[in-house]
Design a protein around this ligand. Structure first.
Ligand code: NGQ
Ligand code: ZN
Length: 452
């Protein structure tokens, strides 16, 4: 049982809430209750967020690509460096990095992660004896940390728009649709050993890394569950797709695939207003990755038009250059303010920006990961985060201002506890397996640095 002095329930704030959890699911949520002996007591309980988009291995190169080279650095020059980095990663590295990343996510307040996983093969491109070897590493990291995993094996077949050959640096990613089917089966096998809230979806990497026929075949073979795809992140990508397929990426996808609620369109940065409205109407989730989108120079999301049209959204940490839930939320809003030279942009009509961002991302993130979560109510998974409203950063705020405080005035250190489907992995602000996971990460980094 959890006893919270206050909790944000599905129908609003309540005081003195006693929460019962059975087999990972909330079975009772009683306001105005009394704490009982043995209850886990927390200050403020919120539905936790899903981190809907991560490439965990990229965390290990955080800080290595911020040196300006002669000429103009861009997303594409960053990508070359990232590709070179992948050549040095062993299965042991990949598992140790993923466990560390998941720990950092949990300590920041995320209960679940969508791992968009495209490192499949050995350096050079030969498959491992088990095609799903590296998917199994991701599953093992989820097991170690207790995070709620939605594993998204990636279909990456071509090196660029127009079915270009894979580049040398992309050899570890490549599969044709048939072998991708085998890979998904192996990934399902690996994830079947995890708790029941963990699941597998699929992720055609991007329109440029697949083809219309292959995409249709992969979707046909899909047994159900989330479908994630990178889309319209960079202007060059929009131009390449338009040149090849005769339509802008989001426009093309909406016209050629049955995009609906189980889809998550990652970035969707460069959209016309018509695309923005059509995407919102599709029911898909916009997978926004504000820190990475700023870091890679992608551009700001078309937030006002998307919210006006009722579009669903969630938050991802993508490159993991920094893992911070509070900073993702404010970076999303600040990108809008800087573009519009305005304040309080991500709200339709009047209201709290922090509340719209937080509760929207909680619901949209859960939807994108296929988790029955995102609100605190009976029947939902116990994906929960507790924060300390007596922290100096929050102490002066009214209940109705707490989410604004969290989004704009606090650091992730206000997080005290996190549960993933009832698994209580963060206590007192620390992951329960922190020492072991960090020690293993340090050892992996020492071995990786020796190989660079
Ligand atoms: C990724 N990153 O999948 O990690 C990509 C780069 C690619 C972002 N799009 C790789 N931010 O585009 O092929
Ligand atoms: Zn990505």
């Amino acid at each position: 049982m959890i006893f919270a002095k206050q909790a944000l329930l599905a129908d609003g704030w309540a005081r003195d809430v006693r929460l019962s959890i059975e087999a990972g699911t909330i079975t009772d949520a009683v306001p105005d209750a009394s704490a009982q002996l043995g209850d886990t007591r927390v200050d403020t309980l919120l539905p936790s967020l899903a981190n809907l988009h991560s490439h965990s291995f990229q965390r290990a190169m955080a800080g290595m690509t911020e040196y300006r080279m002669a000429g103009k650095d861009s997303f594409w020059t960053w990508r070359d460096l990232m590709y070179r980095f992948t050549a040095h990663l062993s299965p042991e590295h990949i598992e140790a990095i993923a466990a560390f990343v998941f720990l950092q996510m949990q300590e920041a307040g995320y209960a679940s992660v969508g791992e968009f996983h495209y490192l499949h093969h050995q350096p050079g491109g030969a498959p491992y004896a088990d095609l799903g070897e590296l998917s199994a590493c991701i599953a093992a990291a989820a097991q170690t940390t207790g995070i709620g995993l939605t594993h998204l094996p990636v279909l990456y077949t071509y090196g660029g728009a127009g079915q270009a050959d894979l580049q040398a640096g992309q050899a570890r990613f490549g599969n044709c649709v048939d072998r991708f089917g085998e890979l998904v089966a192996r990934a399902r096998h690996a994830v079947s050993a995890l708790p029941g809230d963990c699941r597998v979806g699929i992720a055609p990497h991007s329109l440029r890394a697949t083809s219309p026929g292959d995409l249709a075949a992969a979707l046909d073979a899909h047994e159900g569950g989330p479908v994630h795809i990178h889309i319209a992140e960079q202007p060059k990508e929009v131009a390449d797709i338009e040149g090849w397929l005769g339509a802008r990426p989001v426009e093309w996808l909406l016209a050629n695939a049955k995009v609906a609620r189980e889809w998550c369109l990652i970035h969707a940065t460069h959209m016309t207003d018509a695309e923005t409205r059509a995407m919102a109407a599709s029911g898909a989730v916009a997978g926004l990755c504000p820190i990475t989108e700023a870091n890679l120079g992608d551009g700001p999301f078309n937030g006002p038009a998307y919210l006006q049209a009722g579009g669903a959204f969630g938050i991802g940490s993508d490159s993991n250059v920094l893992i911070s839930l509070t900073e993702e939320l404010r970076t999303l809003e600040y990108s809008q303010r800087l573009r519009d030279v305005a304040r309080n942009v991500m709200v339709v009509g009047e209201g709290s920006v922090g509340e719209v961002l937080y509760t929207g991302a909680a619901r949209g993130g859960a939807q994108a990961l296929g988790r029955k979560a995102g609100t605190i109510e009976v029947g939902q998974l116990a994906d929960l985060v507790a924060i300390d409203s007596t922290d100096p950063a929050l102490v002066a705020l009214q209940q109705s201002q707490l989410l604004d405080g969290l989004a704009f005035a606090a650091k992730d250190s206000v997080v005290t506890d996190v549960w993933s489907a009832g698994r209580h992995a963060v206590k007192g602000g620390r992951h329960i397996a922190r020492d072991q996971i960090v020690a293993r990460y340090r050892a992996a980094m020492a071995s990786l640095m020796a190989s660079l």
